[in-house]
Design a protein around this ligand. Structure first.
Ligand SMILES: Nc1ncnc2c1ncn2[C@@H]1O[C@H](COP(=O)(O)OP(=O)(O)OP(=O)(O)O)[C@@H](O)[C@H]1O
Ligand SMILES: [Mg+2]
Length: 296
């Protein structure tokens, strides 16, 4: 690409951002008032109350069968919450509702205190800062690890809006940071198709991280991983805790134990509702929980 084309791209982007800022009322003193005298931009989530995700009485029916049944759940900003529960408990359906893939029949779902998720489309939900990892890794196999991360960066609407986008120093730094986090620094130039299953999973998590989501939803992230990969994944999630909120659905109790470190609460779902909440050691000894797992 010639330098003048790149410059044209940069100008297009600057103009776009200016327009966006003026639409959002983001001026020197701009912004929208959001309680307690705080200012938040229109469409920006507000986390001042410390809640990242709020679900209240969510119900989802499939032909009369309630996959979710008055499900209520609260995840705090920066919290790492593990969700467990037998097959068919509604864990994936819950993620489908949060990400706009499935519309509940009833209930409330808020991201922060201002964003009503039930009014947003699936792409808009991703754009406001909710990233989701499905079970099967979906990386671009022909591209290198680096190129996959670069592509994830350009999925950002603001970057895509510029016709000719070139990586800025900051973006290169971010790719470097993410490569370190996901243990793939030495594989940056490797074709992604050649990575192990676990490495592909990490790359996909890295692609999510490029968007800097406030909330990350991870559905069975260590399924199919070796023990060592599983342990490294736990370390990765623990390093993300605090900066992101994480909701991790897993059947692997050793992994859940590693993530909760004996002090974080886990949520047990069963038949579309919360059956129990508490320390892993406590819920594992909870009679109701033992019953649903053993199917008695
Ligand atoms: N699109 C759908 N149509 C009909 N029934 C569905 C649909 N999606 C999910 N279900 C049903 O809803 C229930 C909850 O499914 P869900 O996939 O959320 O469970 P889960 O807790 O994720 O289970 P697993 O641990 O096996 O992944 C199941 O009985 C499932 O068969
Ligand atoms: Mg599932």
């Amino acid at each position: 690409m010639t330098p003048d084309l790149m410059e044209a791209g940069a100008k297009t982007r600057a103009a776009y951002e200016e327009r966006l800022a003026s639409q959002q009322g983001k001026t020197e003193s701009g912004g929208r008032r959001a309680g307690y005298g705080r200012l938040v931009k229109l469409g920006e989530p507000d986390f001042a109350h410390g809640v990242a995700l709020y679900l209240e009485d969510i119900t989802v029916s499939f032909d009369g069968f309630k996959a979710l049944n008055n499900l209520s759940l609260e995840i705090n900003v920066g919290e790492l919450r593990c969700i467990i529960g037998p097959n068919g408990a509604g864990k994936t359906t819950m993620m489908d509702c949060i990400t706009g893939k499935t519309r509940p029949d009833a209930g409330k779902a808020f991201f922060g205190s201002t964003i009503d998720l039930l009014r947003l489309s699936e792409p808009d939900i991703a754009q406001v800062g909710i990233g989701r990892k499905f079970q099967k890794p979906t990386v671009y196999e022909q591209l290198s690890v680096f190129e996959n991360l670069e592509l994830a960066l350009s999925a950002d609407r603001r970057v895509r809006a510029s016709l000719f986008h070139r990586l800025t120093g900051l973006q290169l730094d971010r790719i470097g940071e993410v490569l370190t986090l996901i243990h793939l620094k030495d594989e940056a130039q490797r074709t992604s198709g050649l990575l192990s299953h676990g490495q592909k999973q990490w790359l996909e998590i890295g692609m999510l991280l490029m968007q800097d989501p406030k909330l990350l939803l991870l559905d069975e992230p260590v399924a199919g991983m070796t023990d060592e990969e599983t342990e490294r994944t736990a370390e990765l999630f623990l390093s993300l805790e605090g900066q992101h909120s994480l909701v991790v659905v897993e059947h692997d109790m050793k992994f859940v134990d590693q993530l909760t470190q004996g002090r974080k609460k886990v949520t047990v779902l069963h038949e579309g509702s919360v059956l129990a909440e508490g320390l892993l050691s406590d819920v594992q000894n909870n009679e109701k929980v033992v019953e649903v797992y053993l199917g008695r």
